[in-house]
Ligand binder design. Structure first.
Ligand SMILES: NC(=[NH2+])NCCC[C@H](N)C(=O)O
Ligand SMILES: [Mn+2]
Ligand SMILES: [Mn+2]
Length: 324
């Protein structure tokens, strides 16, 4: 991913998705603006990347599909429009060879972004894995949900769980299989959601596992799996993955989250792996933030994901982390 003297700089395609109807707390629609204000574009350019900011997605010209909205999925029609346009734009951006970075917006946007990336990967014959950095599993369906908020359903939707079948019209719905989903940082799961996760044998690095083994070991397990299958990675980064002390600007805070250093290490390991092909940054709610603190932390973490290093010398992580 890093640029060298000979290789052309890595291209990054930034696209904002100012959506907040998937969550119960309004305000994530200001996320793309806050991330830009916190310097996202400049930070990436300073790292030597070739960044194109495509602005924010517009859904006004989307036609309405004729499917029946499920009973328990709030703002289904609106989110359907976002998902459709995002699936299309995401596929187009991936085709240009750039790394798409989607700025949310609540986590329902991943239903579209990941669908488009998955389509591109299928066409390329590469297996796509999705790393879901989140306090929540987002593995509810209209059947299991308690809140009817669609940001709590996106991971389940992507794995082809029933209930939102008409969301993308004719577009193939299951973007990945349950074994291509890696939940990481999880500390809040609803009862019926937990049962579904167990049934599907979804891989979960919860906070208990992180406390016990550390993010280095657990991340290496994820990365080794992707490498062994010659796959690539999409990183879906829900800002509430971070501890609320570090990142207060989110609508669904859960105590006991990842620390500042844990999060940076994850991003650094992801960068070193060279496997990341696309990224979502979701759930940042500037309306709830403290003087832009959370937006700035999110930007710093994205910088680590794209190669910012403390010493500007390669860290030989394999030399200092003993084999399991
Ligand atoms: N992307 C998020 N912050 N999701 C929170 C989901 C919370 C809860 N599990 C629900 O279904 O409503
Ligand atoms: Mn989420
Ligand atoms: Mn979350």
């Amino acid at each position: 991913m890093a640029s060298s003297d000979t290789a052309p700089p890595q291209r990054i395609a930034v696209l904002g998705a100012p959506i907040d109807l998937g969550a119960s707390v309004r305000g994530t629609l200001m996320g793309p603006a806050a991330l830009r204000t916190a310097g996202l574009i400049t930070v990436l350019e300073t790292l030597g990347l070739d960044v194109t900011d495509y602005g924010d997605v517009n859904i006004s010209d989307m036609r309405e599909l004729g499917d029946a909205p499920p009973a328990k999925a709030k703002h289904y029609r609106q989110i359907q429009r976002w998902s459709q346009v995002l699936a299309r734009r995401s596929h187009e951006l991936a085709q240009t060879g750039a790394i798409p970075v989607f700025l949310g917006g609540d986590h329902s946007l991943s239903m579209g972004s990941v669908n488009g990336i998955a389509r591109h990967c299928r066409e390329q014959g590469r297996e796509l894995f999705v790393l879901w950095l989140d306090a929540h599993a987002d593995y509810n369906t209209p059947e299991t949900t308690i809140t009817a908020n669609m940001h709590g359903m996106s991971a389940a939707f992507l794995c082809g769980e029933p209930g939102l079948d008409g969301l993308l019209g004719d577009e193939r719905r299951a973007s990945i299989t349950p074994e291509q989903l890696e939940l990481f940082g999880i500390r809040s799961i609803d009862k019926a959601e937990k049962e579904l996760l167990r049934l599907r044998r979804i891989s979960i690095a919860d906070m208990r596992a992180i406390d016990e083994f550390g993010v280095g070991v657990l991340m290496r397990r994820v990365l080794d799996k992707v490498r062994a299958r010659d796959g690539v990675l999409h990183v879906s980064f829900d800002v509430d993955f971070l501890d609320p002390d570090v990142a207060p600007g989110v609508g669904t805070t859960v105590p006991g989250g990842a620390t500042y250093r844990e999060a940076h290490l994850i991003m650094e390991l992801l960068h070193d792996s060279g496997l990341v092909r696309s990224v979502d940054i979701v759930e940042l709610n500037p309306f709830l933030d403290e003087r832009g603190r959370t937006a700035r932390v999110a930007v710093e973490l994205i910088a680590s994901l794209f190669g910012q290093q403390i010493t500007d010398r390669p860290t030989p992580s394999n030399a200092i982390v003993p084999d399991q």
